[in-house]
Ligand binder design. Structure first.
Ligand SMILES: Nc1ncnc2c1ncn2[C@@H]1O[C@H](COP(=O)(O)OP(=O)(O)OP(=O)(O)O)[C@@H](O)[C@H]1O
Length: 206
């Protein structure tokens, strides 16, 4: 059974149509990888799936509060420690307990370090560990492995695998092979004609 599906979906940035006519669905335990060149519209599609901007046309069908979004930016509070960041986010999502998240991303040695003092790859691991404290089943992720070394990519792949085995799903824009069984959607054939721009303001957040 599908956990997220889209029908005849069109998405836009700044009123300019980017992708149109998308139809796909993702079930519990599945991964969908989005591919396409820079500027093709992967981020725009992911933002729409995450509810950060409205669809230009069509529908995203998904249970409310099912999606956890991981953007390009890590979204950390730099003065809080790694552990405090996770505790904060667990609270936002009504969850408790950060130990599994710290362990999954090998963050125990860094737990008491302010996030602002972490390296780029360490920050990214902490940003990804946040997914585990959301308790949300659908991970919608934009280039999650940027800055990660090989060992950290393996930690991420293992966390995804565990998420899938407990009924989760992931939709991800990535250029690297995570070694996971996945459907692949190349968005290139769905690129919209920008000349059909409406000029409407469609951004909930920029
Ligand atoms: N804030 C914005 N306002 C208007 N247009 C934007 C905005 N952000 C991106 N765009 C444009 O929307 C189009 C789709 O961009 P998007 O970021 O979705 O592509 P992408 O496939 O994720 O690219 P990349 O692989 O480089 O991350 C591009 O032409 C881009 O220039």
């Amino acid at each position: 059974m599908s956990i997220l599906s889209v029908t005849d979906l069109s998405v836009a940035r700044g009123g300019v149509p980017v992708l149109e006519g998308l139809n796909f669905s993702v079930a519990s335990g599945q991964v969908l990888i989005l591919r396409g060149p820079n500027g093709a519209g992967k981020t725009t599609l992911l933002r729409t799936l995450a509810g950060l901007q409205p669809a230009l046309a069509g529908q995203v069908i998904c249970a409310p509060d099912a999606v956890a979004y991981g953007a390009h930016a890590d979204g950390l509070k730099s003065t809080l420690t790694a552990a405090e960041n996770l505790t904060f986010w667990a609270g936002v999502y009504g969850q408790s307990g950060i130990d599994a998240a710290l362990t999954a991303f090998d963050l125990n040695p860094l737990a008491d370090r302010p996030a602002g003092n972490l390296s780029a790859g360490q920050k990214r691991r902490l940003g990804l560990a946040r997914l585990l404290v959301t308790g949300r089943p659908v991970w919608v992720l934009d280039e999650p492995t940027v800055s990660l070394d090989t060992a950290s990519v393996a930690l991420f792949a293992a966390a995804v695998q565990a998420h899938l085995e407990t009924g989760g799903a992931m939709i991800v824009a990535t250029h690297i092979d995570l070694g996971l069984q996945a459907q692949v959607l190349d968005v290139t054939p769905f690129r919209a004609d920008p000349k059909t721009a409406t000029g409407a303001f469609d951004e909930a957040f920029l």
